[in-house]
Design a binder for this molecule. Structure first.
Ligand code: ADP
Length: 721
């Protein structure tokens, strides 16, 4: 613990001057009792008892009683004021921390270890609060008592004072030897606690994966390592913290022993009275008590100092500015968007957007499409001003986005993200978050436009239903439609949709798409989507590949061009996107021929294969298969979205890929009977078409040459491990 930290605490309390003055008075009154009562002993013993002066005895006892009464009052006032001041200082700090967090671009917050942030807002803030309320006032009081007592000791007898000073430093210096190590180990212990709580938090979040991948043992082992670290750091932090306290008490005891002996000699030699010796010893005992009190306050201060350092480091962290100094408010944008030769990379090695150039007319509906990883979401992120391009610029109505003041930028842009991200509040309040001043009619109109009004009314508590992530009162699709309603109610001139309808069933998707269409011409819509069928009537489709714009135009023109868009489009055609209603094939032979390792098959074989596909439906969160399951089927996604999940070295769930409409997986099952190397989990309501490996091989065996070629093609796709 350093003086600068104590000073900082006092400085913080000092900002509330009125209450600080009252607290100081209460502390002074308490100190008066501790300092005054030993001095009164001198009169009680030397004049009252030894010389038999009764009146001295009476007033001394009365003063003592008065001081005690004042001290009791002061103690009560001190408790009250310390609590009030502590909460005021801490709530101001909590406010600053919360504001700071709001300043960070969301991707930067997501990239931080979440356990550290939670520890900062939880344990660190709590430690500082404890110190301000429980440690700072005693620290001030007892430092005052010690300082004033030393002055009084000097006044009583300078020889005894010097003898005391010769031994007293031991009582201070020996504990100091341990204080630095106590501080260091306390820091390590706090860090170990943060990591452990992060690990527990992760265990809670990934519980299904731990169970399904049978990772319990491994997690136990990893947790045991965290516990060992807690053991080691905790034991040492407590040991050194305790040693600081114990050695201080020991040092004071030794000092007292020396003083009593020397004082007795001085009294016997007539150099001081017995009453003065008793007063001297009384003050010294007061010092010992004060040191004892300090040693309970000091560990709290040590913990708080570490916490304070982390809090200040966070508050001082530079937030990359998304806004230029000359930013201006822009009212009512028309919705024109330009990407002017935009270059962006997340790191120095890869360029994610490389000279991206396009213009979007106000009031038009534009789709950003392209293979996974081509930079669609990154472009949208720049449009949300979550990041800044390294070169080129993004302009809204001709104004560089960095020059638009934050409030007006946000007022002009509404967003629906892939993940609904709703608040733990009622459905009404969640929709109102889009426009807090909206009326009940506006809420209902937005909910209707998002195709969720009837579903809300069907719930027992209607719009007052609580949207809690754990209650399960709402399905993923319903949550997503509430997020759509929240964006629609904003009536912003620009609406950004990031895979906004991926999780919706076809009927709901249609309702949302119709509502988006109805927004024209007042609103420019930019949609990042994988599902091309949902944007065929858009005014413009921008096709990205490797961070470049490679094609752009309307759907029909792009299909006619026969380029990348045509490939993407055809991959999503020729598949039934719901349960079969008659005996028809679920996938066309033409569509099958687009699968690289089936392109070798004859028309007849493709036709036979197409009849063997069966449809399966997977609800959001349901596993298509688990890692380790026998590989028996090959799947094509007719509609929906799945995630490929594998545990990493630490047993943590890792999403290694996201597959959507037209993508396929599990082809290794057609090669040979090996267990699945990853799990596949439906991220949204998903229809898959699957082919059993047995039936596939039976058909292949009728064409031995073809069989060999197909197998070679499968090997080329999946590798032959
Ligand atoms: P899309 O939306 O088209 O699938 P993204 O814009 O998400 O593509 O990603 C483009 C590229 O940038 C990918 O290679 C991806 O791995 C990379 N990328 C995306 N987000 C980050 C990030 N936060 N840090 C580093 N690389 C990223």
């Amino acid at each position: 613990m350093t003086f600068s930290f104590v000073f900082e605490c006092v400085r913080q309390i000092w900002t509330f001057r009125g209450r600080f003055a009252l607290l100081a008075m209460a502390l002074l009154m308490e100190a008066a009792y501790y300092l005054g009562s030993p001095l009164l002993y001198k009169f009680i013993f030397d004049e009252g008892i030894t010389q038999g002066q009764k009146d001295v005895l009476i007033w001394a006892v009365m003063v003592l009683a008065g001081l005690l009464a004042l001290q009791s009052l002061a103690t009560f006032a001190q408790e009250r004021l310390a609590g009030v001041l502590g909460m005021k200082v801490m709530n101001r700090l909590r406010g600053r921390l919360h504001d700071k967090l709001q300043q960070f671009p969301p991707p930067l917050v997501a990239a931080r270890p979440q356990g550290d942030l939670i520890h900062l807002f939880g344990a660190d803030v709590a430690a500082l609060e404890q110190a301000l309320v429980r440690a700072v006032p005693p620290l001030l009081l007892h430092s005052l008592i010690i300082g004033a007592s030393l002055v009084l000791l000097l006044g009583i007898n300078w020889i005894l004072f010097l003898i005391t000073m010769a031994v007293l430093p031991m009582a201070v210096l020996v504990p100091k030897l341990f204080a630095n190590r106590a501080s260091q180990w306390e820091g390590n212990h706090q860090q170990a606690k943060a990591r452990t709580s992060g690990f527990i938090q992760e265990s809670l979040a990934t519980l299904p994966v731990i169970r399904l991948f049978h990772l319990g043992r491994r997690r136990e082992r990893d947790f045991a390592a965290h516990l060992r670290r807690l053991d080691e750091t905790g034991a040492r932090a407590y040991l050194f913290g305790g040693l600081v306290a114990r050695t201080a008490i020991l040092g004071t005891g030794v000092t007292q022993l020396v003083v009593v002996s020397a004082g007795a000699v001085l009294a016997v030699n007539g150099q001081m009275t017995a009453g003065l010796l008793i007063a001297f010893i009384g003050l010294l005992m007061g010092i010992a008590e004060a040191v004892g009190m300090l040693t309970t306050a000091i560990p709290l201060m040590i913990t708080a100092q570490q916490a304070h350092a982390r809090i200040i480091a966070f508050l001082d962290e530079e937030v990359p500015s998304q806004e230029s100094d000359d930013a201006i408010p822009v009212d009512n944008l028309r919705g024109g968007i330009v990407f002017d030769d935009v270059r962006f990379s997340y790191d120095s090695e890869h360029t994610t957007l490389d000279g991206l150039d396009f213009a979007i007319q106000p009031g038009s509906r534009v789709a950003l499409v392209g293979p996974s990883g081509c930079g669609k979401s990154t472009a949208l992120s720049l449009l949300m001003r979550f990041a800044q391009p390294q070169a080129g610029q993004v302009l809204l109505d001709g104004v560089p986005i960095a020059r638009i003041a934050e409030p007006s930028l946000r007022a002009n842009v509404a967003v629906v993200l892939q993940n609904a991200l709703l608040f733990n509040a009622t459905i009404r309040d969640n929709i109102l978050a889009g426009r807090p001043e909206a009326s009940e009619d506006d809420i209902i109109a937005a909910a209707r436009a998002a195709g969720i009004h009837d579903a809300i009314l069907a719930k027992p508590q209607g719009y007052d239903t609580l949207v809690s992530p754990v209650s399960g009162a709402l399905s993923g699709g319903e949550r997503q439609r509430i997020a759509v309603a929240r964006a629609l109610i904003r009536r912003a001139p620009i609406l950004l949709l990031d895979e906004a309808t991926s999780a919706l069933d076809p009927a709901s998707e249609q309702v949302v798409n119709d509502s988006v269409t109805a927004l024209a011409p007042a609103c420019t819509v930019v949609a990042v989507t994988h599902r091309l069928a949902s944007v065929v009537d858009y005014d413009q489709i921008l096709v990205l590949q490797d961070g470049h714009l490679v094609e752009s135009g309307r759907h029909d023109d792009l299909v006619a061009q026969g380029g990348l868009y045509t490939q993407l489009w055809t991959r999503q055609q020729g598949m039934a996107t719901a349960a079969p209603t008659d005996g028809q094939s679920l996938i066309t032979p033409d569509r099958l021929a687009l699968i690289p390792f089936l392109s070798e098959c004859s028309r007849q074989t493709l036709e036979e294969l197409s009849r063997l596909f069966v449809a399966s439906h997977f609800a959001e969160g349901q596993h298509v298969f688990h890692q380790g399951d026998p590989g028996e089927h090959f799947y094509v996604i007719a509609r929906g979205c799945v995630q490929v999940v594998v545990p990493d070295d630490d047993g943590r769930e890792q999403v290694v890929n996201t597959l959507r409409d037209g993508d396929f997986f599990g082809e290794i099952a057609l090669l040979r009977d090996v267990p699945r190397t990853a799990s596949i989990v439906a991220w949204a309501d998903t229809w898959c078409l699957s082919l059993s490996s047995q039936q596939f091989l039976r058909i292949m065996q009728t064409e031995p040459d073809l069989h060999a070629r197909v197998l070679a093609a499968v090997r080329a796709v999946v590798g032959d491990e």
